[in-house]
Design a protein around this ligand. Structure first.
Ligand SMILES: Cc1cc2nc3c(=O)[nH]c(=O)nc-3n(C[C@H](O)[C@H](O)[C@H](O)COP(=O)(O)OP(=O)(O)OC[C@H]3O[C@@H](n4cnc5c(N)ncnc54)[C@H](O)[C@@H]3O)c2cc1C
Length: 492
């Protein structure tokens, strides 16, 4: 549950349980997958989602459509080049316009609103970097003005632009779902692809009760479940952030975000006469700090929120890349990925949809090269040992220490004849026992006390207290009633 589906009603879900042949299979029905389907609606396509449309990372996004993205342009200049930073800026403005165009053309009621966005430095020592970010934007003809903002009772130097947007991504996706349905495009929910096999020039995608044969496959699943040939675990890391939604009296009609860590971000949302503030903070690499309960408490303190006004708390994760550029495009013939959005997936999801659909439809896209998913840059190579260390550090750290320090008494770890199990005892004394091993790459799990889930610190798979997988990249549950299964790490 998030603020975006607060009004969502139960509906019949169509699940795939027979074999199918299509030209293009889209795996994942978040903002990336459904927008891609929208652009490819005249082709023979099919969309499958392991869960419900929009219920992946998109559900817990703050859903700003924004090109002020922390200090991303400085990062791209430092890690890549000035020209690439300029092209990235252009691509984000292009994607915002594209999204706005779809909403206007289709008259989608998704609470799209133009609001000014502020970028500020919460740290004196970063003022120079903030100025450099602003200088870059001004050199690229962005009308960015200076204005102080008050945050956490302090006055900060800030800069703002006016042409940025906010919306409700679930309302947007629900519209696309209805539209695609009306065009007889098959969309199956609760339909998970477990394995992909290449057979001559076709891809065979296997699920529990189905097999889909496709000429082209688009992995719009945020984190592809397979490791080879793409090797995402050594080309990225996972960042997690904490959001608290509270009722407020006034819609300040703005969004803000800090330039660098600690990230503070905020926006407002009005729905049925009620105004909500979405406050985000405590972003961190999941290989480190994991005390979710404390992080939510910190967000509450930082934003000075009163417990009585709080209606929801949830966390979210995204895939971060070494050069701050997403991975979008073909990784091998007719197999596409769209990931590594560095927490800016409303623009980058739509951009991925356009780049991939242009490629399939035979149109040139000027941004395709910038996001080439097979790019090998010096920086990307340089970061590989760090990411391997990150993975090992997390695997060993969770295996040896299990971060017991902050766990409540009702969480325990059991060694059952060499099998590593984890147990959560609920308020009625019922014990929920699961395998303490993520089927993706074998990392030990951490208990998320606030959301009552077992979370994998390595690549962000999540499971409920009985071991049901609620988020990939893993494809399998960790329930002790089932035989433990391992993800296929290969496209065969
Ligand atoms: C805290 C936070 C705040 C953010 N705020 C913003 C913001 O303000 N603005 C912005 O631009 N971006 C923001 N983002 C980033 C943005 O939310 C994501 O990048 C974006 O939602 C990713 O969309 P997606 O469609 O690629 O992935 P998802 O929404 O995760 O969709 C992927 C879908 O694939 C399905 N799937 C996975 N595996 C399989 C399988 N094996 N078989 C079938 N289906 C499968 C999943 O069920 C899921 O529905 C934020 C991210 C975070 C972490």
């Amino acid at each position: 549950m998030s603020i975006w589906n607060i009004d969502e009603k139960k509906r019949n879900i169509e699940k795939l349980n027979f074999n199918k042949k299509v030209d293009i299979l889209i795996i994942g029905a978040g903002i990336t997958g459904l927008t891609t389907a929208y652009f490819l609606k005249n082709k023979n396509i099919c969309v499958v989602d392991a869960s419900i449309i929009g219920h992946g990372i998109t559900l817990n996004s703050t859903a700003k459509i924004n090109y002020l993205q922390e200090n991303i342009y400085n990062n791209i200049i430092n890690n890549s080049s000035y020209e690439n930073a300029t092209l990235y800026l252009e691509s984000q403005i292009y994607a915002s316009k594209l999204l706005k165009e779809i909403v206007l053309k289709e008259r989608i009621n998704c609470d799209l609103k133009e609001v000014p966005s502020y970028l500020f430095s919460s740290n004196e020592k970063d003022i120079l970097t903030l100025k450099k970010e602003v200088e870059f934007l001004r050199n690229n003809n962005i009308d960015i003005k200076s204005k102080k903002i008050i945050f956490n009772k302090n006055n900060y130097d800030a800069y703002y632009v006016k042409d940025t947007y906010i919306f409700n991504p679930i309302k947007y996706l629900k519209f696309l779902y209805k539209k695609l349905n009306s065009l007889n495009i098959p969309i199956y929910e609760n339909t998970k692809v477990l394995r992909i096999q290449k057979l001559k020039d076709k891809y065979i995608c296997f699920g529990k009760n189905f097999k889909i044969t496709a000429n082209k496959v688009i992995m719009a699943s945020q984190y592809p479940y397979f490791t080879f040939p793409f090797m995402l675990p050594i080309k990225s890391y996972i960042e997690k952030s904490y959001m608290v939604v509270s009722r407020v009296k006034k819609d300040k009609n703005l969004t803000f975000i800090s330039l660098k860590k600690p990230i503070y971000s905020c926006r407002f949302y009005e729905n049925k006469g009620k105004i909500y503030q979405i406050s985000l903070a405590k972003s961190h690499n999941t290989a480190y700090k994991q005390n979710d309960k404390k992080h939510f408490e910190d967000v509450k303190k930082i934003f000075n929120l009163k417990e009585k006004d709080i209606i929801m708390k949830y966390s979210n994760v995204d895939v971060m890349t070494p050069d701050s550029l997403p991975y979008i495009g073909e990784i091998r013939k007719n197999l596409y990925v769209a990931t590594g959005f560095n927490t800016w997936g409303m623009t980058n999801g739509v951009l991925s949809a356009k780049i991939i659909s242009d490629n399939i439809l035979g149109y040139k896209n000027k941004y395709a090269n910038l996001f080439n998913p097979n790019r090998i840059t010096f920086l990307n190579l340089l970061k590989v040992p760090a990411y391997i260390f990150n993975n090992l550090n997390t695997i060993l750290g969770t295996k040896i220490f299990k971060n017991k320090i902050w766990y409540p008494k009702n969480v325990s770890f059991i060694n059952d004849n060499g099998k590593s199990l984890a147990c959560f005892e609920d308020e009625n004394g019922k014990k929920h026992i699961v395998y303490n091993k993520c089927p993706h790459l074998g990392c030990s799990l951490l208990f998320n006390e606030e959301e009552k889930t077992w979370d994998c610190p390595c690549h962000s798979s999540r499971f409920d207290i009985d071991g049901k997988c609620i988020k990939g990249p893993t494809n399998y549950d960790i329930s002790v009633n089932n035989k433990p299964l391992k993800n296929d790490i290969n496209i065969k």
